[in-house]
Write a protein that binds this ligand. Structure first.
Ligand code: FAD
Length: 480
């Protein structure tokens, strides 16, 4: 019997598991997919928002400001790529009213270091900006982070401190009997005192499993946002996160460099009727190109390396996070975690702990809790450190991904990690192999071979990502 089962291991579930792992508590995460952070958490803008955007007195405002203030030290402690580069919301003279409104909202929400700046100062900060831009809200505390790395670091720390993580474990039914919940997956059945629903765009489906027929639920409508991800040569075009003045349709299209030095441009916002469709349409790409040309027209799309999309968990008719104990007591929702969910995530753990405590659980600190920083990327090592690593194991000297300088040693470490990378995409998310300009054209077959060797499986069993995504279907020649 578990004290707490967390459903979903995106940034929300991982952050909660990280916090609970500090206490004497039996915790388990059930994740439907073959890897952690493989849904909305891996496909967003990667921005830690300063917190001026959400309406005052909402959970989004409160948790955004708390969460973003926790990021820098958390990222440093866990070795996650994070950079406080600041953001600008840019506009023309006629946008001044809206920009001042955002400033006031930020002050009410408790954001620090906000200022209004004008043309000359904007151009000093951003030499490639459209000369028509005259005013901006400058938020020095806004930052960029690798969302997947942060999710992985939190989950790795949780698991290293005793939390059980079950991948490929899709929850299909939940019932409450006396004071405990029975949570069923396709393979197993678990008992627990508390359930945390951190299932992203599926949080309504999960909640419906535990509700009686006449009990009121909420409905999540996925809102798709697509992106351009451009080569590192384009990443130098901007120095800050560049937002446009928001409209009724949302925060608008942005351009920013990523923590890995690429340029990311997007997203749009399209209501979707599918929770699985992450395709990118040419209409979306055209819209993004057209909109961002207001911020800068210097982007060279010939340097585009990938397009992708993510799905926001919008709750129909309600514009805030749904966080708290539900009418089925002990079943705790972390639902409707749309933007600024990534920014707020570090605050979700303490928030979940408070809710569980209010339900009667007595929290006691573990004596042997330890932080486990994630491995540094090879390209972040000094030459001396690199030489030491290669002496320790020559596989660190064998480069598999030439675009991103990823060694075989790092790939082997990822596959044999406490949260093993079980697919080519999982290896890519851990080590960045295949993230460069050739997008895996050269290294993918090599990574496939390494996975097969390390997991003692046939190349035919190696997956691109989730179950069923096998790459080698059969051999064209005998004797291979
Ligand atoms: C286009 C876009 C841009 C964004 N940009 C930003 C940004 O810059 N800054 C910011 O702060 N926020 C941003 N967000 C929001 C942020 O990405 C989300 O708030 C955050 O990733 C949500 O994380 P999550 O863990 O709640 O959901 P997810 O990452 O979707 O994780 C939910 C997990 O639950 C699992 N699951 C679902 N059903 C089941 C089941 N039945 N059984 C077991 N497991 C299940 C899923 O497989 C998944 O792994 C953006 C979102 C989008 C879509």
């Amino acid at each position: 019997m578990f004290d707490c089962i967390i459903i979903g291991c995106g940034i929300t579930g991982a952050s909660i598991a990280y916090e609970l792992s500090k206490y004497k508590m039996k915790v388990c995460i059930l994740e439907a997919l073959n890897d952690i952070g493989d849904a909305t958490t891996k496909a967003n803008s990667g921005i830690v928002h300063a917190g001026y955007d959400p309406l005052p007195n909402t959970l989004m405002a409160k948790l955004n400001v708390i969460g973003s203030s926790m990021y820098e030290s958390l990222a440093k402690k866990l070795n996650v790529h994070y950079e406080k580069i600041g953001s600008l919301v840019v506009g023309k003279k006629e946008d001044e009213g809206k920009i001042l409104e955002l400033y006031d909202r930020g002050v009410q929400n408790g954001c620090k270091d906000l200022s209004i700046i004008y043309k000359k100062d904007i151009e000093k900060l951003e030499p490639n900006i459209n000369p028509e831009i005259e005013i901006a809200l400058y938020a020095k505390n806004a930052a960029i982070v690798s969302p997947f790395e942060m999710c992985y670091a939190l989950a790795k720390n949780a698991v290293s401190n005793g939390v059980e993580l079950h991948l490929n474990s899709k929850v299909i039914a939940i019932t409450k009997k006396d004071d405990k919940f029975i949570v069923k997956t396709e393979k197993d059945e678990y008992e627990t005192k508390y359930v945390i629903n951190a299932a992203g765009i599926y949080a309504d489906n999960i909640y419906n499993m535990v509700l009686g027929d006449n009990q009121r639920s909420f409905k999540i409508v996925p809102v798709k946002g697509s992106y351009y991800l451009l080569d590192k040569s384009e990443g130098k075009l901007v120095n800050h996160i560049l937002f446009q003045t928001p409209s009724e349709k949302g925060k608008g299209v942005l351009a920013t460099k990523t923590v890995h030095g690429n340029l990311i441009v997007g997203p749009d916002a399209i209501d979707s009727d599918s929770k699985d469709d992450v395709s990118v349409s040419s209409d979306s790409l055209e819209y993004i190109r057209e909109k961002i040309s207001f911020t800068t027209n210097k982007i060279n799309y010939k340097n585009n390396v990938r397009n992708f999309s993510g799905l926001r968990a919008k709750v129909m008719g309600f514009d805030d996070f749904i966080i708290g104990n539900s009418i089925v007591s002990g079943f705790i929702n972390f639902a409707g975690i749309k933007s600024p969910g990534l920014s707020a995530a570090p605050a979700f753990g303490p928030c979940a702990k408070d809710i569980i405590e209010s339900l009667g659980f007595k929290f006691e600190r573990k004596d042997d809790y330890k932080d486990y920083p994630i491995n540094k990327f090879f390209r972040d090592y000094t030459k001396e450190e690199l030489n030491e690593k290669i002496k320790e194991n020559p596989l660190y000297g064998r480069i598999i991904c030439r675009c991103e300088s990823v060694s075989e040693g790092e790939i082997v470490d990822a596959i044999n990690d406490i949260i093993p990378a079980l697919s080519i995409d999982a290896v890519k998310r851990r080590c960045n192999s295949g993230m460069g300009r050739c997008q895996g054209g050269f290294c993918q077959p090599k990574v496939l071979e390494i996975i097969a060797r390390e997991l003692h499986i046939s190349p035919k069993e190696v997956l691109q990502d989730n179950l069923g995504s096998n790459i080698v279907l059969d051999y064209t020649k005998e004797g291979i």
